[in-house]
Design a protein around this ligand. Structure first.
Ligand code: NAP
Ligand code: FER
Length: 340
């Protein structure tokens, strides 16, 4: 055993609602000897991120929970103190996933070297780390911004949101942020170049969005779900895109609010897209050709629920919305001479 002691923060219990100090415990643990391929890191920076709340829960999730009594997980920037790995030397700066502790033994393959002359080391946990990458791909790959479009982002002054808004400006779009204080709003507009900003705590979301987005909303990068998503949806444009990136409004919820829980959409990278059949008129011939053939070949079965007499239409229609029809509901109003 080396004589180095690591200060560690352990998860003591899974919080109900908002985490409290009592959910954690602080301990000092002597650092073990290094195994083959391992590196001893002195933590310089630890990233704190909203996803950690999800790991502090034994509810089923996309990621396994932090085991009670173990060190809280988290991304770190560290300096190598000892190395049993050929690619890392004492003094190297690395980004890794060492968690909430002052020293950690890490496997070399979990670390990436950082050049301290390129950018401040801590940026590797933010703008050039996981949050920055989230902003970059959520906006550019899913949002696909086009010049002149309006982009709204919630948690807009945060690690991801501030990058989303600035990337929107680089793409010559209108950037509108939603945040929780006037101070954050001023920063977004005056320092980061956002076109407008809404304080979700003091302003009426619907009217503020209307004022801030006179041409409607083309992209909403959703970090919150909940009431902000609800308000934004009222003002989206034809063909709007909504990268569902986070649901922070419900991370501390003891019980989920009524209505659909969108978390499975995020976890499964699922697509919900509005549909209007009229958009497909130009492809009518293709539809008729395929369907007629599949019907002739017996590959499609079709059941009709035929009600006879116009006088029965009202009753049948009321039943349609109550599930009384079984198959395609049709009213036969007069004889069909083609049908024997
Ligand atoms: P952040 O924005 O730096 O911090 C979280 C912010 O959430 C808070 O500062 C607060 O800002 C806002 N917030 C908290 N409670 C809220 C509520 N009830 N309603 C609305 N807003 C609330 O965090 P971040 O690291 O940039 O992450 C932002 C979001 O992206 C999170 O939902 C996170 O889980 C998600 N994320 C997802 C991925 C992914 O791969 N899917 C990756 C990274 C991050 P205001 O008070 O100013 O509104
Ligand atoms: C988050 C950060 C990261 C989050 C999800 C992730 C839903 C997922 C990362 C991954 O598994 O790649 O805040 O919130």
């Amino acid at each position: 055993m080396s004589n180095i002691v690591s200060q560690q923060i352990l998860l003591k219990r899974y919080p109900t609602g908002a985490p409290t100090e009592q959910d954690f415990s602080a301990v000092e643990t002597p650092i073990a000897e290094l195994g083959d391929g391992e590196v001893l890191n002195r933590t310089i920076y630890l990233s704190l991120d909203p996803y950690m709340r999800g790991r502090m829960s034994d509810r089923a999730s996309y990621a396994s929970p932090v085991a009670l009594g173990s060190v809280m997980v988290g991304s770190t920037v560290s300096q190598v103190v000892k190395s049993n790995h050929s690619q890392f030397s004492v003094g190297d700066f690395v980004v890794g996933y060492d968690g909430w502790q002052s020293y950690a033994i890490a496997k070399g393959e979990t670390l990436r070297k950082l050049d301290p002359h390129q950018l401040p080391l801590s940026y590797a946990l933010g703008i050039t780390g996981m949050p920055g990458m989230t902003a970059y791909f959520a906006l550019l790959d899913i949002g696909k911004p086009k010049e002149g479009e309006t982009i709204v982002v919630s948690a807009a002054s945060g690690a991801v949101g501030a990058v989303v808004g600035q990337l929107a400006k680089i793409k010559n779009c209108r950037a509108v942020g939603i945040v929780g204080s006037d101070e954050k709003c001023e920063y977004l507009v005056n320092e980061l170049g956002f076109d407008a900003c809404i304080n979700r705590k003091t302003q009426d979301l619907n009217s503020a969005l209307q004022a801030a987005c006179p041409n409607g909303i083309d992209i909403y990068v959703d970090h919150t779900a909940g009431p902000i998503l609800e308000a934004v949806l009222q003002q989206i444009n034809l063909g709007a895109r909504i990268p569902l990136v986070g649901l922070v409004s419900q991370y501390n919820a003891k019980t989920l609010p009524p209505g659909p829980n969108l978390m499975p959409l995020l976890v499964k990278r699922a697509l919900i897209k509005g549909f209007l059949v009229g958009d497909y008129q130009e492809r009518h011939a293709e539809f008729i050709e395929d369907m007629s053939q599949w019907l002739r070949e017996g590959k499609l079965k079709y059941k009709e629920d035929k009600v006879k007499g116009l006088e029965n239409a009202i009753h049948a229609f009321i039943g349609l919305l109550e599930g009384h029809n079984f198959g395609k509901l049709i009213v036969q109003i007069s004889d069909d001479p083609s049908h024997k």
